[in-house]
Design a protein around this ligand. Structure first.
Ligand code: UFG
Length: 331
């Protein structure tokens, strides 16, 4: 049984990957400080509660576990916060990643899957954006991830046999486990689908729609929403690639087409059955008009088979989860 060490495995995306790893028969050890993650979200394997910055604990845990591969999810993810507090992002997302890589090198652990983001592209000139597009992040969050990608690229160049990685650039991850066991559980979510559904539940008086004058068909931003279980499956195919001797590589994770904010709001109203209030507001700083993935590379090279390319399914699983999350958080 192959052993996988998962940083941030108690968080939103990490926990869905841990679920998929468990179902696929891997042995999992999660390392998470539970700052945004939750113990109940770890459905498989064991959990070590620790800081990524705690080199000693990280090193001892890895030495004891001897994983075949490491998946690194632990990171800060809020674009706006990264703009107001950039060093926080570089310290956690870049420096802690660097330290993790040092520890892995010391222990001869050389297979690594990295959570990257579409934010590395900034405002791409062409969409759908391909993996080969220039990296021009427009905020410290994207830059902190881009810098980590660079560390990985340089390390694999230096040690082509001993260190191999896959970086997955996530587009707009949404939805929840179809069994309703896990989902997004942030205290103050900023993502569109979660905000819309919490508004439908009466937790916010209205949903703000940021910008109606974009050069898109209906004037609102277009994003490529990917169901979290399909993203989890992308990690599994990337892992198999590395464990089977595959080379280091980078893949977009999206469906290759997008929906506008207005379209998402319509689906959120339909699924929830609530005609919640929408306030048309100014543009939010740093939002590109349209961001969709060129996604054929992961399909053709890793045989990724997404199963939930369906906005209504994405919103429905998120809606079912919203009925449960408050009780989970107050457990
Ligand atoms: N939006 C609203 N109202 C809200 C929330 C969002 O109108 O209350 C709009 C945004 O302006 C944007 C769209 O909905 O046009 C999607 O916004 P999200 O916040 O859901 O997602 P982003 O596209 O901003 O962020 C995603 C990832 C980030 C990543 C970024 C890269 O969540 O991690 O893409 O551009 F950095």
């Amino acid at each position: 049984m192959k052993k996988i060490f998962v940083t941030g495995g108690a968080g939103y995306i990490g926990s869905h990957v841990v679920k998929a790893l468990g179902e696929a028969g891997y042995q999992v050890l999660v390392y998470d400080n539970l700052s945004t993650g939750n113990r109940w979200a770890v459905l498989h394997g064991d959990l070590v509660v620790g800081e990524l910055s705690d080199r000693q604990l990280l090193s001892n845990t890895l030495r004891d576990f001897q994983p075949d591969a490491v998946m690194h999810f632990a990171a800060f993810i809020e674009v706006a916060e990264s703009v107001s507090n950039p060093l926080k992002y570089y310290r956690n997302n870049t420096l802690n990643a660097l330290q993790l890589l040092e520890v892995l090198q010391e222990l001869n652990i050389g297979r690594f899957i990295f959570s990257s983001t579409a934010a590395v592209y900034g405002t791409p000139e062409e969409i759908p954006v391909a993996e080969t597009a220039p990296l021009e992040p427009i905020n410290p969050y994207g830059a902190s991830k881009m810098m980590s990608e660079r560390l990985l690229a340089d390390l694999t160049l230096a040690l082509p046999e001993d260190f191999r990685y896959v970086a997955l650039r996530y587009f707009n991850v949404a939805g929840a486990d179809s069994g309703g066991r896990i989902g997004q559980a942030y205290k103050n979510p900023t993502h569109l689908i979660t905000r819309a559904l919490k508004t439908a539940r009466g937790q916010y008086p209205a949903l703000q729609l940021f910008g109606t004058d974009y050069p898109t068909e209906d004037g609102t931003c277009i994003r490529d929403y990917i169901h979290v279980d399909d993203l989890a499956e992308a990690h599994l195919v990337a892992l198999r690639h590395l464990l089977n001797g595959g080379q280091s590589d980078i893949f977009n994770c999206g469906y290759g087409h997008g929906y506008s904010v207005r379209e998402v709001i319509e689906v959120a109203k339909k699924v929830s059955g609530v005609d919640f209030t929408v306030i048309e507001a100014d543009r939010r700083e740093g939002d590109p008009a349209a961001l969709t993935a060129k996604s054929d590379k992961i399909v053709s090279e890793l045989d990724w088979k997404p199963r939930h390319d369906d906005l209504e399914y994405i919103v429905r699983t998120a809606w079912e989860w919203e009925q449960k999350v408050d009780a989970k958080l107050s457990d």
